[in-house]
Each structure stands twice: as C-alpha cells, then as structure tokens.
Ligand binder design. Structure first.
Ligand code: NAD
Length: 267
C-alpha cells in the first residue's frame, strides 16, 4: 500500500503527520507522493481541499483520508490524538470507500480560450465591485436574468460550507445533485430572479452567460482568480467522485449536528 501525507504549517499538524508517516512505514506501507493509494490530509478543511486538488486527476485511483488538528474538520474522520487507532485501522483496511460528488466547471473566456476546473465544495462566480449581470440557462432552457453579487454552485459536501452561509440547504452527500444559490440578488419591479436555492440533478447542466464586464472573480474551494474576462460558464456534477477510505463509519448528520449545533451533550 502506498500513501502520501499532506499537512498544513501548524506545528501540531507537522507533528501528527510525522507520527503517521512513521506509523505507516512501521506496518510496511510505502510513501509515494506521485501515485498514492491513499492521500492523507492533516490539518483543517482547507488542507483537505488542497489535497483533493493535488490529486483531482487521479481520483479514480486514490482514496482520501482526513485527520483534523483544529476545531472543525468536515472532511476529516480522525483527530490528531487518534494516530495509533488510525494506523491499526490502516493495517486492517478492507479497501472500502465512500463516494461524494465532485462539481465540474467549464469556463469560456472572452478571447475564446476555455478552462476546466473542479471543486469539492463550491465554485462561485461574482463581480466584487459592481452588479453582476447574467443569464441563467437551466438544462438547455432560459431560466432567469440574474442581477446581484454572484452565483454559487455547490456540491452536497460543500452545502455545509459557503452555500450554507448564504441560505442554502444542507444536502446529504449521497444525493447526486448540485445546488445553485444566488448571492445578494436584486429583486424589484425591474429585476426578478428566483431568489431561492435551486437543486439540479446530476444529469443536467447550468450555463451562466455573463455581461461583457471584465472584472469577474471565480472562487473554487481554496482557489481564486480575479479580473477575469469571462463569457460563460457551464456547471455540472462530474461523472467521477471522490472516494474516502472508509476505515470507520461516517455519519454525515452527526457531523452536521456536531459542527453547527453541538447540543447532544446536553440531552
Ligand atoms: P478556510 O479554510 O479558512 O475555511 C473557512 C471555514 O469553512 C472553516 O471553518 C472550515 O472548516 C469551513 N469549511 C470548509 N469546508 C467546509 C465544508 N465542506 N463544510 C463545513 N464547513 C466547511 O477558508 P478558505 O481557504 O478561504 O476556503 C475554503 C472553504 O471555506 C471554501 O470552499 C468555502 O466553502 C469556505 N468559506 C466559507 C465562507 C463563509 O461561510 N462565509 C467564507 C470563506 C470560505
């Protein structure tokens, strides 16, 4: 078994990563940065998202595993103080995994160039300085003329991140759907958009055709590109999924409760 361990710069993450490295070597695993069977992220959700992007093109062959060293770790099943249990679980690994959807996005720039990006949480198109104008085409048919700050397209596992902060629904990652959320839509007698989260099945594409302005910003997970001259963008759930190494049960709703409510202790 080949593994690689990514960590953020916090000293607890560095120490934990070193301990995991030694632990996997002790059970006869190899370290392989280029083609790991399991990519382990040690840190927070940002570190996990960066690890996902590093291996995006290898998701069919790589399983992912998160160890979190901070307060919140939505993508992490393990804590820094559980390294010994983690190593035991890796030794007894049955090659089981759990899949979550990925969002694919195709950007067409005004000069005709195209770029493909993916996200595990969300891709946001916005115009930071002034009103963003866009036509939204849903499954091949005109849906709305949007005016506002921007549009956010998220995966189910990203529904608890930025999308939730702007009024999106929390979606179980077993649902193969993407969510579109409007960011600060302008609604008055002149402009009207749906102003509610839209849930789109995996078979359908949403196309966003932008006004001719030159200062768009695209955020995808921890990445961002500014001052883009974008003509249009297409959003669709990917045919590929991210696979998490399932060494223990992942209970999504328990994670949501723990992260956002934390009330179970008082029952
Ligand atoms: P970051 O790494 O500092 O993360 C910001 C917060 O979002 C952290 O508390 C992190 O634990 C949490 N988070 C990330 N993914 C999550 C998920 N799937 N479910 C629940 N919580 C999650 O910020 P960054 O590096 O700028 O961006 C990483 C992600 O953080 C983005 O993809 C975005 O979803 C999220 N974010 C959210 C807001 C917001 O809610 N207003 C603002 C910025 C970034």
């Amino acid at each position: 078994m080949k593994v690689w361990i990514n960590n953020n710069t916090k000293s607890i993450s560095k120490k934990t990563a070193e301990k995991i490295k030694q632990g996997v070597l002790d059970i006869g695993f190899e370290l392989d940065k280029k083609n790991p069977d399991i990519a382990i992220s040690v840190g927070g959700d940002g570190t996990f998202l960066k690890t996902f992007h590093e291996y995006r093109n290898k998701v069919n062959n790589v399983r992912f595993l998160g160890v979190h060293t901070g307060h919140l770790g939505f993508y992490a099943d393990w804590r820094d103080f559980e390294v010994d249990e983690l190593i035991k679980a890796l030794k007894n690994d049955q090659n089981k995994s759990i899949k979550y959807p990925i969002l694919d996005v195709e950007i067409t720039f005004r000069n005709g160039e195209t770029k493909k990006i993916s996200s595990l949480n969300e891709t946001i198109i916005k115009r930071p300085s002034q009103t963003m104008r866009a036509d939204v085409i849903l499954d091949g048919e005109f849906f709305e003329k949007f005016r506002g700050d921007g549009l956010c397209f998220s995966t189910p596992s990203g529904s608890t991140a930025y999308a939730k902060s702007i009024g999106g629904a929390v979606i179980h990652p077993k649902s193969h759907v993407m969510q579109m959320n409007e960011i600060a839509p302008i609604n008055n007698r002149v402009y009207r958009s749906i102003s509610a989260p839209i849930i789109v099945p995996s078979t359908q594409t949403v196309e966003v055709i932008l006004g001719s302005e030159k200062d768009y910003m695209v955020n995808y997970d921890t990445n961002s590109q500014t001052n883009c001259e974008i003509k249009s963008m297409k959003f669709k759930l990917s045919d590929q999924s991210i696979k998490f190494a399932q060494l223990r049960d992942r209970h999504f709703w328990g994670r949501v409760e723990h992260a956002f409510l934390g009330t179970n202790d008082f029952l």
